[in-house]
Design a protein around this ligand. Structure first.
Ligand SMILES: [Zn+2]
Length: 144
């Protein structure tokens, strides 16, 4: 079983979907990676919020993002916080910089975490895990 197949078969909880995050998860379920853009200061915002962290405006609007990112740093998880993830451990969790600017914490889909390098080009990959579509990121060799 490859990594994607293993992910599809995991019995893991969450995410907790709130009224603030619901548009993001609906986007993921329909294959769109949405972030928020501030209608006041024009900055891009992620994770989902009610107010812009730059100017405190509540004029945040959902907009499609490219799904492209670069690796800032990562750590390899050997002992997941929930035992349901153990079947894919060890796995790398990365902090990535989205092409639109904001950073995001995400699980990276790579066979050999030791080959990851800061600045690696990544793109989003949606995988349905326990009946919920979730965003992961994988290497984008076309942008090396
Ligand atoms: Zn703003």
């Amino acid at each position: 079983m490859n990594l994607i197949e293993k992910l599809r078969h995991l019995d893991v909880p969450g995410p907790t979907i709130t009224s603030v995050t619901k548009p993001f998860w609906e986007g993921v379920a329909s294959g769109e990676f949405l972030i928020q853009k501030c209608g006041e200061c024009d900055k891009n915002v992620f994770y989902p919020r009610t107010h812009c962290p730059h100017c405190w405006s509540n004029r945040l609007e959902w907009t499609p993002a490219s799904g492209k990112a670069r690796l800032k740093t990562y750590s390899v998880v050997h002992h997941p916080g929930h035992p349901g993830w153990q079947d894919v451990a060890p796995y790398p969790l990365g902090i990535i910089e989205l092409e639109e600017g904001p950073s995001m914490l995400t699980q990276l889909l790579v066979d050999s975490p030791e080959d990851l390098k800061m600045g690696d080009a990544l793109h989003v990959k949606f995988v349905e895990v326990n009946e919920i579509w979730r965003p992961f990121f994988e290497r984008d060799s076309s942008r090396d």
